[in-house]
Design a protein around this ligand. Structure first.
Ligand SMILES: Cc1ncc(COP(=O)(O)O)c(C=O)c1O
Length: 468
């Protein structure tokens, strides 16, 4: 019997010649070939053996045996509960793939700041919520929407932010946007149109945020940051951007008297505080530090996003705005891109109202807390001369180096071992030579690679500690 079949896995068509008794060998060869050529990329999930057998009209055992053989050969990995996937680093190809275009080699171990563990994205939960939300949505939901976002999501967020972060959120004053990045851009636009010329920012932070402020015609001025957070006594501009719950990247919380001071300044000067609450859900040691916004909802813009809790790739964020700004920001959003995509908004709303979002955040909080504890324990054992701070919250820690070390030298030493880390200098926008430090993002490695990655870091820092 001869039968040619084509079937598809993850959108890749695989051709299979089923010739009588050689069915299993053909199946194995087709899969090997697809992995080797890269048509089935690392991590691609294969169909369940039962489903594929039904598709192909062959015995289930034939498929299961072929999968088992390829697992044994290292092409595939099988994990209880998560099915069979293409291995992360399949065995070396027979025909070497042509070299990638020139560029730096991708590090194997990544501890750069700002990323969550994307391998922990709750795929099944998200898909189930999407199925429910899209299935139940009225037809009008698929048309153009309110620039502020879907009412389902704005209501769900208002409840969630009040409960989890103490935010005084009215759904009418929420604008859903494409991450914090877009939210900041919209605010800069609106403030510039109102005649604001400058924005105060923390002297440590993302260069991208500063560049964005500059690109919108505002002049950034830098506030020093000390152990109590930003020096808000130095405020001179009518707008200020802060990370009060967990300063990025130094990791300190804005002290209560400074929270009160910034709120008093805003009220006295009709100022605007943009509160970037990028990792407020992940607090480990103390009672959560609530949002400053609750102290002055008419002067504080509360900004959040799913980039730490779910995935940066979603590009979903929100602004909770003072009444005086809400319409102007919504109009800017409308001019910018109409509104944020509806399907993801409906899915997130469903995830929040069903309790799945809280469950995921709780699970991740535990996981990140364990990671943090492991990082702290490992470094204090193996590299006692480095300091570690900023660890009460979030997904990153500040690791201070002995003062004679250069950040760049330590970063380069780590790179030689395939480990990507970032020096604090990347985030510094202030003159002077503070103690050298690293910003270690312990959120990003997938769970299975975490301890190896920390061991690499510890080895580098042990050398530094020993003065080698
Ligand atoms: C300080 C800070 N603010 C905000 C964000 C979130 O930005 P976005 O929502 O655009 O991904 C990040 C990164 O996750 C961050 O590190």
């Amino acid at each position: 019997m001869f039968m040619a079949k084509t079937w598809a896995i993850s959108g890749v068509d695989l051709h299979l010649d089923l010739t009588g008794t050689r069915v299993r060998a053909e199946l194995e060869a087709a899969l090997r070939d697809a992995v080797r050529s890269g048509r089935l990329g690392p991590g691609t999930r294969l169909p369940a053996s039962r489903g594929l057998a039904l598709d192909l009209g062959i015995a289930r055992n034939t498929v299961a045996d072929a999968y088992a053989q390829l697992v044994a050969e290292g092409w595939l990995v099988a994990r209880q509960g998560s099915g069979t996937r293409v291995a992360d680093r399949p065995v070396a190809p027979d025909h070497p793939t042509p070299p990638a275009p020139a560029g730096p080699a991708r590090p194997r171990y990544v501890l750069t700041a700002g990323l969550p563990d994307t391998s922990a994205f709750p795929r099944s939960m998200w898909l189930a919520a999407a199925r429910r939300a899209v299935g139940a949505a009225a037809s009008e939901a698929f048309g153009y929407a309110d620039p502020r976002g879907r009412p389902e999501l704005r209501h769900a967020l208002a409840g969630y932010l009040a409960r989890a972060r103490g935010v005084r959120a009215d759904p009418e004053r929420i604008v859903v946007c494409s991450g914090f990045t877009q939210g900041l851009a919209l605010l800069c636009q609106v403030l510039a149109a109102r005649g604001v010329r400058g924005m105060a920012m923390e002297a440590y932070g993302h260069a991208a945020h500063r560049d964005l402020v500059v690109a919108h015609g505002l002049r950034p001025s830098m506030l020093p940051v000390d152990a109590d957070g930003a020096r808000v006594d130095r405020l001179a501009d009518p707008a200020v951007l802060l990370t009060p719950a967990h300063q990025f990247p130094l990791g300190v919380a804005l002290a209560p008297d400074r929270r009160a001071a910034v709120v008093a300044w805003a009220a006295d000067h009709d100022g605007v505080l943009i509160e970037d609450d990028y990792d407020g859900e992940f607090r480990y040691d103390r009672q959560p530090v609530g949002a400053v916004q609750a102290l002055a909802p008419d002067h504080v813009v509360y900004a959040g996003s799913v980039s730490k809790t779910l995935a940066p790739g979603l590009r979903l964020g929100w602004l909770v705005l003072p009444a005086a700004l809400a319409d102007e920001v919504a109009a800017a959003k409308s001019r910018h891109d109409g509104h944020t995509g509806v399907l993801d908004q409906l899915t997130l709303a469903e995830l929040i109202t069903s309790g799945g979002y809280d469950r995921h955040v709780r699970r991740m909080r535990l996981a990140y807390r364990r990671r943090r504890d492991h990082l702290v324990a490992t470094l204090s054992r193996r590299a006692p001369k480095v300091g570690i701070s900023g660890i009460a919250a979030g997904l990153h820690a500040l690791v201070t180096l002995p003062s004679k070390e250069s950040e760049q030298a330590v970063v380069a030493r780590a790179a030689d071992r395939g480990l990507a880390i970032t020096g604090l200098g990347e985030f510094r926008r202030t003159p002077g030579r503070p103690r050298p430090a690293l910003v270690i993002g312990y959120g990003s490695p997938p769970e299975h690679a975490f301890t190896t990655t920390i061991a690499r870091l510890a080895a580098v820092l042990a050398e530094v500690s020993a003065g080698r």
